[in-house]
Write a protein that binds this ligand. Structure first.
Ligand code: G1P
Length: 287
């Protein structure tokens, strides 16, 4: 079955990048000339997704406005004959009816946020993209995963290697066997202490899951950090269904942290069509 819907949990408070996120959602921070969320939505669309489900929270209205028309702005741009800018704005709109917004009313964890999308997703396989993570790749990370999913079906999650001193910040998988980029697993664990991590393969923040995950999330107890963890529900789903990890080609940036955000801005500036040459000059001059 094709992956038509993608859930983007955007309710997080962005405390790691305060004060920048005090009055605007972290997903709206610009990475060169586009808000971070645009990269994530583009990745989903490139993979063939037709409908985006945003799981939002209080103070996230800017995301909704961003994907809507802005009549006054469009009229002004028309008057000023800024056709290029207008076209660019037009191209970034989501199609009418192709986005839904549902609120997570309390910060109970990622698993709970995903569960809030259950009625809109319904009974079909779907994707999840964590908006803190921007993946720079020739073919979008989710598009690579959809190709893998077309081969093996079931559930597919993206993983990549992380230095051992950082495993405790992520979900980590226990690999069993490997066929090229596809990995069979014997388990997964959320934020393990460094000496208990089953590998250095972290869960990147891109998932293709079967709808049975919702039933498991419904009664999932709190896990790491006292939150309802998606990883814990996936570990249970793995006992019942085919489940693969996929080591994607590309580089991911954790824009929820200051370092990751800066790295993402730098990487995207360096090969940007308009400002890339200047950015490279500046970086060389700073060496
Ligand atoms: C979440 C997931 C974790 C994953 C990480 C990727 O954690 O729970 O499994 O490795 O995203 O960024 P969070 O960053 O929300 O703590």
């Amino acid at each position: 079955m094709t992956i038509r819907k993608a859930v983007l949990p955007v309710a997080g408070l962005g405390t790691r990048v305060l004060p920048a996120t005090k009055a605007i959602p972290k997903e709206m921070l610009p990475v060169v000339d586009r808000p971070a969320i645009q990269y994530v939505v583009d990745e989903a669309l490139e993979a063939g997704v037709e409908h985006i489900v945003f799981v939002t929270g209080r103070n996230k209205g800017a995301i909704e406005d961003y994907f809507d028309r802005a009549y006054e702005l469009e009229a002004t741009l028309q008057q000023k004959r800024k056709a290029g800018v207008l076209e660019d704005l037009e191209a970034r709109l989501l199609k009418p009816g192709a986005a839904s917004f549902v609120r997570q009313q309390a910060p109970l964890g990622l698993g709970h946020a995903i569960w809030c999308a259950r009625d809109i997703v319904g009974n079909e396989p779907f994707a999840i993209l964590l908006p803190d993570v921007i993946v720079k790749a020739e073919k979008s990370c989710l598009a690579q995963m959809v190709e893998a999913y077309d081969q093996v079906g079931g559930n597919v999650i993206a993983v990549d290697q992380v230095p051992e001193d950082r495993v405790s910040s992520y979900g980590v998988i226990a690999p069993k066997s490997r066929n090229d980029r596809l990995i069979e697993m014997s388990g997964m664990v959320e934020k393990p202490p460094r000496d208990e991590a089953p590998s250095n393969l972290k869960i990147t923040g891109r998932y293709i899951l079967q709808p049975e995950i919702f039933g498991l999330l419904e009664d999932q107890g709190a896990g790491a950090g006292g939150e309802i963890q998606l990883t814990d529900a996936m570990a249970r789903l793995m006992e019942a269904q085919a489940f693969h990890a996929y080591e994607f080609e590309g580089k991911d940036y954790d824009c929820g942290s200051k370092e990751g955000y800066f790295e993402a801005v730098l990487a995207h500036a360096l090969d940007h069509a308009e400002i890339g040459a200047v950015a490279r000059e500046l970086v060389n001059a700073a060496k």
